[in-house]
Design a protein around this ligand. Sequence first.
Ligand SMILES: Nc1ncnc2c1ncn2[C@@H]1O[C@H](COP(=O)(O)OP(=O)(O)O)[C@@H](O)[C@H]1O
Ligand SMILES: [Mg+2]
Length: 204
Amino acid sequence: MSKAKFITLEGIDGAGKSTQLSCIEACLKARGIAFLLTREPGGTQLGEKLRSILLHEHMHPETEALLMFAARAEHLSGVIMPALNEGTWVVSDRFTDASFAYQGGGRGLDYARLAALEQWLHEGFQPDLTLLFDVPVEVARERLKKNAALDRFEHEEEAFFNRVRDAYLDRAKRFPQRFRVIDSSLPLDSIKKKLEEIISTICL
Ligand SMILES: Nc1ncnc2c1ncn2[C@@H]1O[C@H](COP(=O)(O)OP(=O)(O)O)[C@@H](O)[C@H]1O
Ligand SMILES: [Mg+2]
């Protein structure tokens, strides 16, 4: 049996990550792969409490970065690593690339500090596949307008999301082996086809 894989979904708010989760779920189910779906910040009891603080309370950018990594420590030790070790694939709606994009690109924190936290928590461990749902900020904002209540991040200005988007695209260029960039402005059907192709290559 091949090793259980760790797949992460990334992209700005409104890019379509949550929407595509069901497609990924169907792809993996069709192949008889045991997997679990999870998300960041969150994924554990304590992590979900931290998520609600992160999404709703005002805080200093450094506090934000440290809480994201604190929630991630719980997620890695309590959910991600145990699952992978027992052969269950893990699909996470966001992971450490989001810290580089949001707290680094968006808030302007020093990338070296974030890299130190990354190394502390998961030195040498990276997703096998990172799906970056890329969409122009204006398109994502239009989509978010349909949501009733926006969180602290979703309320950010356009320039913030442009920095986040650029930071994500930079990460994709830096780590081309694990990143696949998906044009998320396309209709849902085309994205689904693309995802099926990508997932089938990783399942080999
Ligand atoms: N490819 C797409 N075309 C049109 N609308 C989309 C597409 N992908 C997502 N949406 C819509 O955009 C909104 C935000 O999508 P969502 O999956 O919640 O984004 P994210 O989880 O990345 O923040 C939802 O209302 C969703 O139905
Ligand atoms: Mg979502």
